[in-house]
Ligand binder design. Structure first.
Ligand SMILES: [Zn+2]
Length: 60
């Protein structure tokens, strides 16, 4: 399962059903819920409209 944002395979497992993308610097889970990781380690949910970035679409 690649990153739901960039589709990349540079991901690592960080927890149960939770993964980290080294390309996007985000975490995501198997429900494709995406979280940005703050400097203090806090996870902040990213809204789906972020995915409408043209660069992201171009990689699909
Ligand atoms: Zn990614």
């Amino acid at each position: 399962m690649g990153c739901p944002v960039c589709g990349g395979k540079q991901v690592g497992k960080v927890g149960v059903n939770q993964y980290y993308c080294w390309n996007c610097f985000i975490e995501y889970n198997e429900r494709n819920e995406v979280f940005e990781v703050a400097e203090d380690g806090t996870l902040m949910a990213i809204e789906p409209e972020v995915f409408s970035d043209p660069i992201t679409q171009a990689t699909v």
